[in-house]
Design a protein around this ligand. Structure first.
Ligand code: AHR
Length: 329
């Protein structure tokens, strides 16, 4: 009897050690909820962590303000969380607080938008979109589509609707947009301004452009939400989106697929927000003693459009109507 009791106690001790070894508090400093992409991203990470046995999730919505995110990071340090997941609303200004995270020896995982101090700080892994490639693909798709319509012999007026100024996604996509335009000299930029990655600001910016610019042929919107807002403005101005103005978005959210299928939008370049599985695999690997280098891992991304078969860097577009039912977000 005594032996049995000892065995039960020992087993209980082992089980509680195993349980405490896997009990982790994982904190996420998110930017805000400016777009359908962001909602899908938050949902993916939340579901993955909350669905993992023994892991607790602490979430902070920065509401597009850097100072809120800095405060959240400091709160995570005070709480003594086990991991911090971080994406910054803008690229610069994180050196001090991320150094504090390093000094507190809390493992940091960078997601989505990578801060410009990444070289100077310690982090365990990084995962995010290849923003310059996405920007190049947007312009390449428009240029090749115009060529297929025989419109490369005329001047084509292009407006570039940028994301939040100073955000990694805006900086990278703008760099990509402008670099690719050099290969399509018939495409002339007649407007370039921020729509802050939101539907409301995309709509307002397009309204103002339609009043001040005589001829707009192509809209390159650095996310789908701004493109969808612009579509409302184009319709309100009595023009036909997708025909009078060719519209190329970015993200590949379901609403963009629906707009393409409805003939009101022409293309969306994918930026995959489903980071949950990466986060879980990475933390499990780190817990098992694996290490990763500082390379930013990019998810595989495609291009979806109204026609299919347009060649852009690294891929060929797929007709949105053929795959709309598979879209999760
Ligand atoms: O950083 C990713 C970008 O942020 C997405 O393209 C955009 O929709 C979001 O706001």
């Amino acid at each position: 009897m005594k032996k049995l009791l000892t065995l039960v106690l020992a087993l209980g001790l082992v089980l509680s050690m195993v349980a405490s070894a896997s009990a982790l508090t994982i904190a996420f400093s998110q930017i805000g909820q400016e777009s359908d992409w962001r909602t899908a991203n938050t949902d993916s990470v939340t579901a993955a962590i909350e669905g993992h046995e023994g892991w607790e999730f602490v979430y902070s919505d920065g509401q597009q303000k850097q100072e809120n995110q800095i405060q959240a990071l400091r709160n995570f340090i005070t709480q003594g969380v086990d991991y911090i997941l971080f994406t910054g609303v803008v690229t610069s200004g994180w050196d001090e607080v991320l150094t504090e995270v390093n000094e507190a020896e809390i493992p940091l995982i960078l997601l989505d938008r990578i801060p410009d101090c990444a070289d100077k700080i310690e982090y365990k892994a990084a995962f995010g979109g290849d923003f310059p490639l996405e920007g190049r693909r947007q312009v390449q798709w428009a240029g090749e589509y115009l060529k297929s319509l025989g419109r490369d012999t005329e001047d084509v007026n292009v407006v570039i609707m940028e994301g939040t100024t100073g955000a990694d996604a805006q900086v990278g996509r703008t760099e990509g947009n402008l670099a690719a335009l050099a290969d399509y000299p018939f495409m002339k930029v007649v407007g370039q301004q921020t729509g802050n990655f939101t539907r409301a600001e995309g709509q307002a910016l397009m309204e103002s452009w339609l009043k001040s610019i005589d001829q707009i042929d192509v809209l390159i919107a650095q996310n789908d939400d701004m493109a969808l807002g612009a579509i409302d403005a184009i319709k309100a101005a009595g023009k036909v989106p997708g025909e009078d103005i060719i519209i190329v978005g970015c993200d590949s959210v379901k609403a963009a697929f629906e707009a393409i299928v409805a003939g009101e939008m022409n293309c969306t370049v994918e930026c995959n927000p489903l980071y949950g599985p990466f986060v879980v695999e990475t933390i499990e690997a780190l817990e098992a003693g694996e290490t990763f280098d500082k390379t930013v891992v990019h998810p595989e991304e495609g291009v979806f459009d109204c026609v299919g078969g347009i060649e852009v860097e690294g891929t060929t577009s797929v007709k949105a109507a053929d795959v709309i039912d598979e879209r999760q977000y």
